[in-house]
Design a protein around this ligand. Structure first.
Ligand SMILES: Cc1ncc(COP(=O)(O)O)c(C=O)c1O
Length: 394
């Protein structure tokens, strides 16, 4: 397939103000690292998106831009065809980034000192959205049962107090790559109804599922849950356009939607940048082939990585990947500290990954590896690690 051939192309991303390659080079004072940390992909975006951007550049006028009908229709189409869920135009709200909407949701719907439940280890922006707004993050650590991360529902009941107002869920879950099944989501929904909590669900990774795994959007939950539900999503992971800065919220309850809408206006964030609408329209309507090819490529990268690690790094235990393009890997069997492992990755192997404590204390003993790159880049990184591995085991 033509698209998959392009995915194999190694493209130099250095000197493009790239967070994954340039910023991380600066952080580690090296230009010789292979970066498998920051969660974007090293693939060119779908041609349909680039063509739409090109027309805009050819036009040459970059005036103020508004959301158009196509923006809403594209989101409605994607949810209908991919998630078998009907979304109404009036439920959709543009917000530049999920990192912004989570922070705003906490600020808008809760008061300082009130509590928000979040599972740990946690994607940092979701956690920071709570604590940087001077709310209390009530941590519900995920537990490992039969080699799989799961929610400790018994403990969850003990965490709620009168001050608890909200529950933030990452679904699929970055960094451990779980895709919550319908039963788990229903339990979370019922918990929120019982304790009168608002439920903010970040579904940005919802388009990436491993073979045989079904993603369920929280929008499919019962009406009593939908009534207190704020779903955040974006095509930026799906079509590898996070530099465009675009996301949206789906809020079935008109009262809650209005509250956030007013805040987005108050902050002057209601206009998208000129490329944002095109990215949503073209991604969600004209890029299915590209998306299918990327899903297959990620699955193959996953299989390749597991085989390589099984052969050469037996002490690195990779968790099952249900969703996302990220692998969560335990190094507990090595008995080294996080600092030692990090030093080894950077100084001996020349490979950069995210150390687990980037996601809080509960991430200690793990690292996260991004599969969104060419097979060549992965195999070069693994070769480097293989050569340096004896140094780690000393
Ligand atoms: C779970 C999750 N939410 C949100 C984001 C970032 O979204 P945005 O760029 O819209 O802030 C990421 C990026 O890694 C993510 O993993």
């Amino acid at each position: 397939m033509q698209e998959s051939i392009k995915l194999d192309q190694v493209i130099d991303r250095r000197n493009t103000n790239c967070a994954k390659w340039d910023t991380m080079d600066q952080v580690y004072h090296s230009q010789d690292l292979i970066h498998l940390g920051v969660a974007d992909m090293d693939f060119k975006a779908p041609q349909s998106i680039s063509d739409a951007f090109q027309s805009c550049v050819d036009h040459g006028i970059y005036g103020y831009t508004d959301i158009n009908e196509g923006f809403y229709e594209a989101i409605i189409r994607w949810f209908r065809d991919k998630n078998h869920t009907d979304v109404k135009k009036e439920e959709i709200l543009f917000c530049p980034r999920i990192s912004i909407s989570v922070s705003l949701a906490v600020e808008t719907y809760t008061n300082p000192g009130e509590e928000v439940i979040i599972h740990t280890p946690s994607y940092d922006a979701l956690y920071e959205g709570i604590v940087k707004n001077h709310r209390v993050a009530v941590e519900s650590p995920l537990i490992i049962r039969d080699g799989k991360y799961t929610i400790d529902f018994d403990e969850l009941e003990t965490l709620v107090s009168e001050k608890t107002k909200m529950y933030i869920l990452c679904s699929p879950f970055n960094p451990v790559s779980r895709v919550w099944d319908r039963e788990e989501l229903e339990k979370i929904g019922a918990f929120c109804v019982k304790h009168k909590l608002l439920l903010y669900v970040d579904e940005i990774h919802g388009d990436f599922t491993a073979p045989g795994i079904q993603f369920t959007t929280a929008l499919q939950l019962a009406d009593e849950v939908r009534d207190r539900l704020i779903v955040a999503s974006s095509p930026t992971k799906t079509f590898n356009v996070p530099g465009v800065i675009v996301s949206y919220l789906i809020i079935p309850n008109g009262k809650y939607k209005k509250m956030l809408e007013e805040d987005i206006h108050r902050l002057g964030m209601n206009n998208p940048n000129i490329f944002a609408v095109a990215a949503v329209e073209q991604g969600y309507r004209n890029s299915d082939d590209w998306y299918d090819a990327v899903l297959t490529y990620i699955d193959e990268n996953d299989a390749f990585t597991r085989e390589y690690f099984g052969k050469h790094f037996p002490e690195f235990q990779i968790f099952p990947r249900e969703g996302t393009y990220l692998l969560w890997i335990s190094y507990e069997a090595l008995g080294c500290s996080e600092d030692e492992l990090k030093e080894w990755f950077i100084r001996e192997a020349g490979v950069e990954v995210y150390m687990g404590t980037k996601f809080g204390e509960k991430g200690l003993g793990y690292f996260r590896l991004n599969l969104g790159t060419t097979r060549k880049m992965l195999s070069d990184a693994f070769e480097r690690m293989r050569k340096a591995y004896p140094l780690l085991k000393k």
